[in-house]
Design a protein around this ligand. Sequence first.
Ligand code: EPZ
Length: 439
Amino acid sequence: MADDFFIVQGLGGKRSLSGELPVRGSKNAALPAMASSLLFDGPLTLSNIPLIGDVEVMGEMLEELGAEVKRNSNGDLVIDAQPVRATSLPRELAKQMRASVILAGPLLARFGEIAFPHPGGCVIGARPIDLFLEGFQKMGAEYEEADSVYRLRAPKTGLRGADIFFRQPTVTGTETLLLAATRAHGKTLLRNAAMEPEVVFLAELLRASGAHIKGEGTPTIEIIGTEKLLRLPAQAGAPRKSIAVIPDRIETGSFLILGALAGKDISITHCEPEHIRILIELLRTAGVNVEAGKDSLLVRAPIKKGTAYKSFGIKTHEYPGFPTDLQAPATVFLTQAHGEALVHETIFDGRLAYTKDLVAMGADIALWDAHRASVKGPTPLRGRELHGPDLRAGLAYLIAAIVARGKSVIYNAQLIDRGYERIEERLKKIGVMIERVSN
Ligand code: EPZ
């Protein structure tokens, strides 16, 4: 897997793909849900968990901590974190993935101490953890840092509820402190909290299992901590078997963009269109024919062959604004749309680097600074050799390669595998000419 790459034969601008693309469970909802197992009284069973690299790493991390993690034959993931005693995150694994820091919340709440290295992850700009540390301090924890390892200790009596205001909404920060607050003494208020669907899902999972939480999906979340461990409630007299992870909205949006650019008729199923409302609205203003159902989307090529779409500006924003994780795929769309548009990345400061590769493929993009680029279209794209800088840009390269004329080679397939399940097998089914080459 490590050095795999993809070879893609582009369609040269033809809109010929057709068929169904089922969306898998959300990576960024699955990871915190897995971390929540540390607060459970017995095994937690999660369904609709994607088979992706980051889920593997989170599973290995939980195992190294002492949990039992297994996949049932039906694909459900069962995590029993009761045997966990360790309070240090395994260094090598934690450095591979930013989301490892989520484990700090439940571990600190449960054991009163935790040590972890500065979390790694995608190269998309500075990714500090100051807001996590300040939140834990407000809950009474003390911390010290030496050699990039953070050691946190809760008061002897345990974490205390606190009034925490995030200077900047943070998705993982909100989730981590939400998990910690579930087992702290008294009331916690998380203000200016992230409102992303993944946060709402985590709050619903915890509440369904006995936690006292309200306000998720708004800027203020209130949590009343409880000593009791969590447990999935009985349903119709029988124990509830599992909880299903929400569909991946970034995968949904990326498939929609692919369908708009290269699809004759593509149906995207098992998704939650409301979670990508902003993208649907923008694509419609561009002239893309999108029909949204309750849990599916249909995208069809314009009736008049060769009709070009209109460009639109993008400004990334916290939910329900334009997701930063869809910024790169949307920029590929803009290279094929009529007009000039500004792409303004407001969340991260290293997330436009991929544009130079699109330029090498034939795109007309001017990079003004770390946050802004303008894209003039339409321009035909040519196949190339590409090295994705992060998983979302990696998928954007796949879309660009499918649209382009000629052959592209996309290296670092493992980056794409971190977030997308067997992408080549799924794309082949709708007519994409793609092969994985394993070294
Ligand atoms: C989550 O990252 C996602 N990851 C990211 O997806 C996504 O891009 C991001 O949210 C924004 O939507 C997961 O959910 C696992 P943040 P996260 O904390 O939580 C600043 C993907 O490809 N900040 O919401 O790490 C930060 O620098 C990934 O799936 C601080 O300043 O992002 C950024 O500017 C990539 N101090 C802003 O907040 C802190 O302590 C928002 O980041 C924490 C964050």
